[in-house]
Ligand binder design. Structure first.
Ligand SMILES: Cc1cc2nc3c(=O)[nH]c(=O)nc-3n(C[C@H](O)[C@H](O)[C@H](O)COP(=O)(O)O)c2cc1C
Length: 140
């Protein structure tokens, strides 16, 4: 069973609403736990950046569901690869809203301090998610 990691970016549809994101995360955690998929979702008012890790079959299954979700659009895969170990094994789906804490990290991993995952390479996007991991509570 190959362990893989997928990173994608997307655009939030119809304006940002925190309760919508909370619903997404709630449902994501339920599904992901059942499939042993782990990862991290990062967002601001406009964009999502998400990393999924797990078996190749299950990561693709979850990604196909995500592609069909009308709550976001312009979904673009930034990176997909086989990995030897997970980095988010404690999180069925950790989430990191944009804040004054996270802003300096956006500048570090992209050309501007505003969060815009379309302007990041797959590697920078992944490195950003790894850094955001340290700002999260340890189990979610
Ligand atoms: C930005 C975003 C991230 C999502 N992440 C996940 C995820 O990690 N796992 C998952 O099962 N569903 C995820 N979803 C939700 C799926 O697209 C889909 O709505 C959900 O799996 C359907 O579950 P339900 O039929 O139980 O409501 C995500 C949706 C969005 C918009």
């Amino acid at each position: 069973m190959f362990l893989t990691r997928l990173v994608y970016a997307s655009t939030i549809e119809k304006g940002f609403d925190l309760s919508t994101v909370e619903n997404i995360v709630y449902s994501a955690r339920e599904h992901n736990q059942a499939l042993d998929v782990t990862g991290m979702l990062c967002f601001d008012r406009n964009f999502f950046l998400q990393c999924l890790e797990g078996s190749r079959t299950n990561v693709n299954l979850v990604y196909q569901r995500i592609l069909n979700d009308k709550r976001h659009s312009k979904i673009i895969m930034l990176d997909y690869r086989e990995i030897s170990a997970r980095e988010f094994s404690q999180w069925s789906m950790g989430y990191s809203p944009s804040s004054s804490l996270t802003a300096p990290l956006y500048l570090r991993y992209s050309g501007a301090k505003e969060f815009n995952p379309y302007e990041m390479s797959g590697e920078s996007a992944y490195q950003l998610l790894l850094q955001l991991k340290h700002t999260l509570p340890s189990v979610s």
